[in-house]
Design a protein. Structure first.
Ligand SMILES: Cc1cc2nc3c(=O)[nH]c(=O)nc-3n(C[C@H](O)[C@H](O)[C@H](O)COP(=O)(O)OP(=O)(O)OC[C@H]3O[C@@H](n4cnc5c(N)ncnc54)[C@H](O)[C@@H]3O)c2cc1C
Length: 288
């Protein structure tokens, strides 16, 4: 199908993008990589009257360290994160997650900001943002506000972004001390989207036991989530095989699991348990 007719605007600055969006917040849509929005427009699931293209705003695409934080601009592409030498060194979960997304064309055009703003239930970035307890900086006509990833994902394709707001930056506390990270995913064979994806960040005590486990799960439910029972079971655990299995067994507790032609709810939860255990074991093995 062909998308309905729309106007196309290319702002020269973030402020101009905010003003353009404020002029018609309900009829306009931000365009970043276009790898979710354009297919939705072609299917007429989205019919914006105006597209505001922020992909060319060079000052929204960056990866940098500032104090004890990692700052990532919203239009940074999956590929830029996948190939970042800095991130491979200081926060390897981010390049690992990026490398698992779709194919090379998708990674070259798709952006971390677009993916988080879209909140696809099978998208990979929401899991990593939750595991890393990211803070998301949103800008709108009345200024900026910061929302934690925990509060950002509201429901299926629904986030805390209000009409007129743009996701500007993703902030992550730079991992310190002894820690291990991993991303494990079962990709859908056709699209590459996550049937199940599990992102893990483990902070370890000097004796190698677990201080804090922070986990994000995608693909299983209407939105990505943190499995509270699994995280709690790991606190102060020695992370032996039995402890990992017992914690992973709780990953779908209280979750209304998705069901589709590819995977039943039971099968999805089975995959989630197996891949949580694997992600935990990999994070432990990767610990510095
Ligand atoms: C064949 C294919 C395979 C894919 N496989 C995967 C996969 O394996 N894993 C995965 O996670 N994703 C996958 N994707 C999706 C891809 O990662 C998209 O790039 C991503 O979901 C959206 O990012 P985008 O930059 O393309 O956003 P767009 O498509 O441009 O925008 C998506 C939505 O977010 C809004 N938006 C964009 N940027 C902002 C912003 N900064 N502030 C506020 N709102 C914003 C738009 O208005 C729109 O509603 C796949 C896509 C395709 C086509």
């Amino acid at each position: 199908m062909i998308a309905t007719q729309f106007d196309y605007k290319v702002p020269k600055s973030l402020n101009e993008a905010v003003s353009l969006l404020a002029a018609d917040p309900d009829g306009s849509k931000i365009l970043a990589g276009g790898h979710s929005l354009i297919p939705a427009m072609k299917l007429r699931l989205a019919q914006p009257q105006i597209l505001i293209d922020i992909a060319r705003l060079k000052d929204l695409a960056y990866i940098r360290e500032e104090g004890n934080q990692i700052l990532i601009g919203a239009t940074t592409t999956h590929y830029e994160i996948e190939s970042s030498a800095l991130l491979k060194q200081i926060c390897p979960l981010l390049p690992a997650c990026a490398a698992s997304i779709g194919d090379v064309q998708v990674r070259n055009k798709g952006t971390i900001g677009g993916s988080l703003a879209h909140s696809d239930p099978a998208g990979d970035w929401p899991a990593a943002a939750l595991a890393l307890q990211a803070q998301l900086v949103l800008i709108g006509p009345s200024g900026e506000r910061t929302v934690s990833a925990d509060d950002f994902f509201i429901d299926l394709l629904t986030t805390d972004l209000q009409p007129g707001e743009i996701l500007r930056e993703i902030r992550i506390a730079k991992p310190s001390g002894q820690f291990g990270q991993a991303y494990q995913k079962v990709p859908h064979p056709a699209s590459g989207f996550a049937v199940v994806g599990v992102a893990v960040h483990l902070s370890l005590n000097p004796d190698g036991s677990c201080q804090i486990a922070s986990i994000g799960v995608t693909g299983v439910a209407a939105k990505a989530y943190r499995p509270g029972a699994t995280e709690s079971a790991l606190t102060n655990s020695t992370l032996d095989d039995a402890a990992l299995a017992a914690a992973a067994a709780q990953v779908c507790n209280g979750v209304d699991a998705n069901e589709d032609l590819y995977a039943s709810a039971d099968y999805r939860c089975h995959l989630a348990r197996i891949h949580t255990q694997r992600a935990l074991a990999a994070a432990k093995a990767n610990a510095n």
